[in-house]
Design a protein around this ligand. Structure first.
Ligand code: ZN
Length: 446
């Protein structure tokens, strides 16, 4: 409940050390590296080309990125365990029942009771889990150099996010509990349907009402970037007349581009870090990837997949709630599935489900990301630019994981997988080889 699934396809989240890095001329060392590469006209060795790019990343960078990303595996576990533990406290000490009683004393109007309960629940829950939140979101990000914000602005964003959670949670829970009360047998099916409509609603309003709460969005003006992007959009049948730009550097050095929205609000946005750090070929391959999400209808397909996962999740929820209430319902003073005080139990059951679902969810998104990569290579025709962007992503995402690791934990393909795809494409299109992109240093000299 507290972790909303945002259908936001992020391609690029990476570090930018300095806006000047992309403008720097190639160093002699890099030129020597490029010279040692087989020329495009000679037989092209894909493995050698992949290793050439992987070796552009210095060992200390790689070690830092691996440590950051592998630490994230454990955070998945600690997040789930802490959610389960804190939700259990609400039941064990009957905080949940007391919150419900308070809401009932305040009003007889049930939708308002649901909302009042939810506000109490989410506020107390957020306060108790705050130490973990601040460690994960603030101290740990700073430790790895991935956050630009000082504590004040970070706290401001966290508070706004909580406000959004309060409002969206109420919008979901009021009709959900009304439905459970009317349809005591079939609520789990209709609950899954309602959840999909809710996710679609969030996707629809997100670019217009949610994203601007955290960043300033404007229409991209620079014709040197905008014109080639819009040309590519026209060539790919995308009726876009604008590309959006947002000031992500406010929060971090990571670069991102994404497709967001639904219907009329569907749009492609790229951030200022990307604009500052990347060359035009790199921006083009990134935009080709995002256009792939657009043309391949990944937002709609993601909603359908969410629906499938939601039906299974709600079936598990129905079973988990019935099982637990039969044993401990009286002790917790929870009257039944129609009682809003059941929410912490629902959070526990769904946390277990979502934890077990991580590899499935990751595989669904990673598969679509790989499709978008293939589309981006064909649309952008910049395999060397693509390899450089993949290297930049490697600053925070492990470049070269074991296959099982990639299956379990990666929601995007790994750097090695992506660079291999780019070099495979390049082998079939030797005319696209770019000496400048090959020679370009991505990491500062050590
Ligand atoms: Zn993507």
């Amino acid at each position: 409940m507290t972790r909303t699934i945002w259908l936001n396809f992020c391609l690029l989240l990476l570090l930018a050390f300095s806006g000047l890095a992309s403008a720097q001329a190639q160093t002699p060392a890099a030129s020597a590296n490029a010279a040692s590469q087989p020329a495009a006209a000679q037989p092209f060795n894909i493995d050698a080309a992949v290793n050439f790019y992987l070796n552009k990343m210095p060992p200390p960078e790689r070690a830092r990125s691996n440590a950051y990303f592998e630490g994230g595996y454990w955070l998945l576990l600690w997040d789930s365990l802490s959610t389960v533990l804190v939700a259990w406290l609400f039941l064990r000490f009957r905080w949940s029942a007391r919150m419900r009683d308070l809401a009932e004393r305040f009003t007889r109007f049930r939708p308002l009771q649901t909302a009042l309960y939810w506000i109490q629940f989410i506020l107390v829950f957020s306060v108790i889990t705050f130490p973990l939140t601040v460690y994960e979101g603030y101290f740990r990000e700073h430790k790895y150099g991935l956050l630009n914000q000082s504590f004040g602005p970070w706290m401001r964003d966290a508070s706004v996010a909580l406000g959004v959670e309060v409002v969206l949670g109420a919008i979901l829970l009021i009709p959900l509990f009304a439905m459970v009360r009317r349809l005591e047998k079939t609520w789990w099916v209709w609950g899954a349907v309602l959840t999909v409509f809710f996710l679609a609603f969030v996707s629809l309003i997100s670019p217009v009402y949610i994203a601007p709460l955290f960043n300033k969005y404007s229409k991209l003006q620079d014709a040197r970037i905008k014109d080639p992007i819009l040309s590519m959009a026209r060539a790919n049948g995308i009726p876009a007349t604008e590309v959006y730009e947002f000031n992500a550097s406010e929060q971090s050095n990571r670069v991102s581009a994404n497709v967001s929205g639904l219907g009329n609000t569907l749009r492609i946005s790229l951030n200022d870090n990307l604009l500052k750090r990347c060359t035009l070929p790199e921006i083009e391959t990134t935009m080709g990837h995002e256009m792939g999400h657009y043309v391949l209808n990944h937002i709609y397909k993601g909603l359908v997949m969410s629906g499938v996962i939601a039906v299974i999740g709600f079936a598990f929820l129905r079973w988990g709630i019935a099982f637990s209430l039969a044993r401990w319902g009286d002790r917790w003073d929870v009257r039944g599935v129609t009682d809003v005080a059941v929410l912490p139990l629902a959070v526990i059951v769904l946390s277990v489900f979502l934890f077990l679902n991580i590899p499935v969810g990751n595989t669904v998104t990673r598969t679509m990301e790989y499709e978008a990569d293939m589309y981006g290579l064909n649309a952008g025709r910049q395999p060397d630019g693509e390899a450089n962007v993949d290297l930049m992503l490697g600053e925070y995402r492990k470049m070269d994981p074991a296959p099982l690791e990639e299956f379990l934990f990666f929601d995007h393909p790994s750097g090695r997988t992506r660079i291999t795809a780019a070099m495979r494409w390049k082998a079939e299109h030797p005319e696209t080889a770019s000496a400048e992109e090959m020679a370009r240093p991505i990491f500062p000299a050590h």
